[in-house]
Design a protein around this ligand. Structure first.
Ligand SMILES: [Zn+2]
Length: 349
């Protein structure tokens, strides 16, 4: 039996210093003329000015600027309904909120959109799903893949260091998610896409080889995160980038007294799960030591009790989603790891 796979990938990818000032050239080359810009409300104004200047000097009109205040489904709908008639391209500039909303508006309008992340804290800037608040809960919605991905590595390097560490945390999840995916194949026959699994594995090892907080490190991280999103598109599921470590993070989002960065939660849970899976823990520990990931978390530790609750809830987060947490009750093993592992000392209070 043959299965035809139809995959949408970005037409244009630019990952380099100064790319923000070239967006007008890229948009104009795609023969788009009227852009609506969605940006995070708290975004540094100079970045918006640079984008505006770049568009204007290439004859592209910015027909509207929309500050995104929340990643709510309602706001995405409102923006969609009030788009100026002549809009022919959507541009999302900023962090998770603006890009999630832009991605969904792109999906609703069927218009091309450009994703321009200003920090690399997770793999959401180029993925076929977006996460929006719906009735006070985070929910995944389908989204269009971006027409263009523009990562200005200089801009991302200037973002707070903690966001880079979160991106590192989200990227290592491939190690545990691909293991869970293969486990689900053995136990439930969940289809594994070999190419997507390979792509996920390869990118994270490239990043681990040079995890520096510099322009080249940003380029490797941006590439790894982008290819994760493409692996999800290829396989038609979130499996290449999300397994049991993400279930724990999603459960934490429901429990946490205060919201924490997705990639920091995922990084720690990936390390814990990799111990259960017996694969990759040493490499992750080394990466987190070198980058200062552990130290950053120790400044504001996680709440041990919240994590215990999240581990209990995690297997119930998704239906028909087999992971190592479905194997047997892993709680006591994970608590032992949290309490005794040398790297995790000071990570929980
Ligand atoms: Zn993630």
């Amino acid at each position: 039996m043959t299965r035809n796979t139809s995959v949408v990938i970005p037409t244009l990818v630019r990952i380099k210093p100064g790319a923000l000032d070239r967006v007008g050239v890229y948009v104009q080359r795609g023969q788009f003329q009227n852009a609506v810009i969605l940006f995070n409300k708290e975004l540094d104004r100079t970045l918006i000015d640079r984008l505006d200047w770049s568009l204007a000097s290439n004859g592209v009109a910015a027909v509207d600027h929309v500050p995104v205040t929340s990643s709510s489904f309602e706001q995405a709908q409102e923006i969609f309904q009030s788009l100026p008639q002549k809009t022919d391209v959507i541009i999302g500039l900023g962090g998770g909120k603006a890009l999630d909303v832009a991605k969904y508006v792109g999906f609703l309008t069927r218009m091309p959109y450009f994703a321009i992340p200003t920090a690399l804290s997770n793999d959401g800037f180029c993925s076929p799903q977006c996460s929006l608040d719906f009735k006070n809960k985070k929910k995944s919605f389908p989204a269009a893949m971006p027409y263009g991905v523009v990562v200005d590595t200089e801009v991302c390097l200037n973002a707070p260091r903690i966001l880079w560490l979160a991106g590192i945390g989200d990227s290592v999840a491939k190690i545990t998610s691909v293991y869970d995916w293969k486990l689900a194949y053995k136990k439930l026959g969940t289809q594994v896409d070999d190419f997507a699994a390979l792509l996920s594995d390869a990118t994270v090892f490239q990043l681990m080889a040079k995890p520096d907080h510099d322009l080249e490190g940003m380029r490797l991280l941006a590439t790894a995160l982008m290819l994760n999103g493409i692996a999800m598109e290829i396989s038609g599921s979130s499996r290449p980038a999300s397994g049991s470590e993400h279930l724990i993070s999603h459960a934490l989002d429901l429990i946490n007294a205060k919201p924490r960065l997705h990639g920091l939660q995922v990084g720690v849970s990936t390390y814990m799960i990799s111990q259960l899976q017996g694969r990759g823990a040493d490499r992750i520990a080394t990466l987190f030591n070198t980058t200062g990931f552990w130290d950053e978390i120790r400044k504001d530790p996680f709440i041990r009790q919240e994590w215990i609750e999240a581990i209990k809830t995690a297997p119930t987060i998704k239906n028909n989603f087999y992971t190592i947490l479905s194997e047997k009750d892993q709680l006591s093993d994970l608590i032992a790891i949290m309490d005794k592992d040398p790297c995790l000392q000071g990570i929980f209070i």
